[in-house]
Design a protein around this ligand. Structure first.
Ligand SMILES: *Cc1c(COP(=O)(O)O)cnc(C)c1O
Length: 408
């Protein structure tokens, strides 16, 4: 296969010698699980995010679970989120015996629509207070997902949720690193969660971080992430107290991040601004080439929202009219033929068997999420893409659009 036709994968982590050396250092230290490396990672992350508490966990899914648990979500409660997300965001609601209450998205950002959120909370407010409190399950939290790294309108969201005194969790799985201006994305709600999964902007394989400004929430998450062991009694790693002297005060979870992963995370965090700027440059080139090709027009090809606070985790192109995914699917097939890997973020949860059947949901219940899904193609966006690869991807997108329009 010539270099020219070599398949360009959709995602690839950027691991340098520094990450390799950091892992070797931890392996040689004799401590494989959670200890000082993880504590240092937490301190560095908290400082970078400008928050008092950063708690490392073994995945963002674990972090979301711990956040909702700490906020008191329990059986019979409801948690508001948009269906336009990865299943993690909703499954953790079910872990706690609560139910998701879906709200449609903004058609351009694909994030939860503040207007729809306000309407929903107003309509359901009797569930939380007054005579009908608890009748349908109180609304215990709202989860805002920043899709692809485009920030939700947190000012609008928190203004609405404060009116009903409902806490906000930010699924900031896509939101690293933080842009130079404005508050770090993921730190404006009550709890924010980041993912270090292999394809995320800081990749350690499996891992996550929870941030909060609230001491009590941090204390609860710290307790529950490691077996409900009271750390005041048992400081497992540093204390002179014998390690058998500990108390268990809750049935907690096993969600701690090992030092091997934290070592990778520390290096990735230090490199994250440079990695973001590499992705931002590629995204800018995609915009330039696709615009210059004259195919941008709301009904046919729409570029992703250009927000200065974008982490540039995903570049989600919108194609076609959204009534059907015909053009999108044809373009993906053509791009694959041309050696360009793509993905779709996301097939909304209300179309997934579990949520559809359990909650009796129809595709048209969330029409904007449906249309956004029908139109979505995520292009490769990672620092390892060379200039010729970026140009090849642009050529392929323009070719695939032309060919698919002719066929359709
Ligand atoms: C990846 C992802 C998660 C889950 O992250 P893990 O670290 O794999 O648990 C949650 N929410 C969103 C939006 C994601 O993309």
């Amino acid at each position: 296969m010539s270099l020219n036709t070599e398949f360009i994968p959709f995602a690839r982590p950027d691991i340098s010698e520094a990450e390799v050396e950091a892992v070797q250092r931890v392996l040689r230290s004799g401590w494989l699980t959670t200890a000082s490396e993880t504590a240092t990672f937490e301190r560095e992350f908290a400082a970078a995010a400008g928050v008092p508490h950063a708690l490392a966990v073994n995945s963002a899914t674990s972090g979301l679970h711990l956040a909702l648990e700490a906020l008191g979500v329990g059986p019979g409660d409801r948690v508001v989120l948009s269906p336009y997300t990865f299943t993690s965001t909703a499954e953790v609601i079910r872990y706690l015996g609560a139910d998701p209450l879906f709200v449609d998205v903004d058609p351009h950002t694909r994030n939860i629509c503040p207007t729809r959120l306000a309407e929903t909370l107003e309509r359901e407010k009797d569930s939380n207070t007054g005579e009908r409190a608890g009748h349908r399950g109180r609304i215990a939290a709202v989860i805002a997902v920043h899709i692809g790294g485009v920030p939700c309108d947190m000012a609008a969201i928190t203004m609405i949720t404060r009116r009903y005194q409902i806490p906000v969790v930010e699924d900031a799985a896509h939101c690293l690193p933080w842009p130079p201006d404005g508050p770090p994305v993921g730190t404006e709600g009550d709890v924010g969660i980041y993912s270090f999964y292999a394809t995320k902007p800081i990749a350690v394989g499996e891992g996550g971080m929870v941030v909060t400004r609230d001491d009590a929430t941090a204390r609860r998450i710290r307790l529950m992430r490691l077996h409900g062991i009271d750390r005041d009694v048992w400081n497992r790693y540093h204390s002179s107290t014998p390690s058998w002297q500990y108390d268990v005060v809750e049935a907690g979870y096993k969600y701690n991040l090992p030092d091997t992963a934290a070592a990778i995370g520390r290096v990735q965090l230090a490199r994250s601004a440079a990695l973001r700027s590499a992705r931002a440059q590629i995204a800018a080139r995609y915009r330039q080439r696709i615009t210059a090709a004259g195919i941008v027009d709301r009904a046919s090809v729409e570029l992703p929202v250009d927000d200065p606070r974008h982490s540039h985790h995903l570049f989600i192109l919108s194609v076609g009219d959204g009534a059907r995914p015909t053009l999108r699917d044809a373009m993906i097939a053509r791009l694959t033929e041309l050696g360009v890997g793509t993905s779709v973020h996301y097939r909304p949860l209300h179309l997934m068997t579990y949520y559809r059947t359990r909650y009796h949901l129809a595709p048209d219940d969330f029409p904007r999420a449906l249309v956004a899904y029908h139109r979505a193609i995520s292009l490769p966006l990672y620092s390892g893409l060379s200039e010729p690869m970026v140009e090849r991807i642009c050529d392929a997108v323009i070719d695939a659009h032309r060919a698919s329009m002719q066929d359709g």
